[in-house]
Design a protein around this ligand. Structure first.
Ligand code: F6R
Length: 262
């Protein structure tokens, strides 16, 4: 794992977007794992702008999102399919048939989860998985006690997550579905590379636990310590509870790989 601290939210988002752009430049047929939520909005803004300025081409890219609420159809404004269409897919030249999210309206949810895993398998896995982190420490919707080897499945959401996500529902917490389909921790760990982006003071304490705490299924993001190539990008606020901050800064300052991004 490596931790990169950027001065503010905008710079942190730009770096995450730049790593995605670099991945697509190196492999046009890239398979991206994507996340939703507030943190990702500026990443998708950057990618859309770079597409408009012809620096980026999504024609051959495929995407798989981490999760979707159970019981919301794709055209529901609160669904993650709707979020992705609005914030990214409709703004770039990706082929809609190459964009995948679990179907939260599937009649047989278990079968839908198996099918989703199969699709990821058939395409040879995820080249780069983008992640946010919830206040509960979840990645995707892998809430506390998610098995570290779990695969795509249905998961109940914690009261903390319902509260966090209620901010995005006009009708408040009562409207937030209580269950979602999510890639498992094991599915995420199988990605070839992953990037966890966290910004803002409210993420400081959970980021410190995820990066410096012991690996535990109580905080799914700690499993990323087991990932062979995981980059954690934080702004100063989200980094503020990290004990080894000077060490991370030193590594970044002395790592040739990061030269183009300074
Ligand atoms: C959403 C997802 C979640 C979010 C997390 C942070 O697809 O996978 O894990 O990344 O809840 O959400 P924000 O960015 O809204 O704080």
């Amino acid at each position: 794992m490596e931790v990169i601290v950027q001065s503010d939210q905008q710079k942190a988002s730009e770096l995450a977007a730049a790593l995605i752009a670099q991945q697509i430049g190196a492999k046009p047929k890239t398979v991206l794992g994507l996340a939703t939520g507030r943190t990702m909005e500026s990443v998708y803004d950057c990618l859309s702008k770079w597409f408009e300025s012809k620096q980026l081409d999504f024609a051959e890219v495929s995407t798989f999102n981490l999760d979707e609420y159970i019981g919301l159809a794709g055209d529901d404004v609160n669904s993650y399919r709707h979020y992705m269409n609005e914030k990214l897919f409709s703004r770039i030249n990706i082929d809609p048939k190459n964009t995948h999210l679990p179907n939260g309206m599937a009649e047989d949810i278990d079968q839908e989860c198996e099918h989703y895993e199969q699709l990821i398998d058939d395409i040879n896995g995820l080249d780069l998985q983008l992640l946010g982190i919830g206040r509960s420490g979840h990645i995707g919707f892998n809430e506390p006690l998610s098995a570290l080897r779990s695969r795509t499945r249905a998961k109940g959401l914690t009261p903390q997550t319902l509260e966090q996500n209620a901010e995005l529902f006009p009708g408040g917490i009562e409207e937030v579905p209580k269950r979602a389909i999510t890639m498992g921790v094991g599915t995420i760990l199988d990605s070839k590379r992953c990037i966890l982006l966290a910004t803002g003071q409210e993420k400081a304490s959970i980021i410190a636990k995820a990066v410096e705490g012991p690996v535990t299924s109580m905080i799914s993001a700690t499993a990323l310590q087991l990932h062979p190539r995981c980059t954690v990008i934080v702004d100063e606020e989200a980094a503020s509870d990290l004990e080894q901050l000077d060490y991370y800064r030193w590594i970044f300052a002395n790592e040739p790989e990061w030269e183009p991004f300074r």
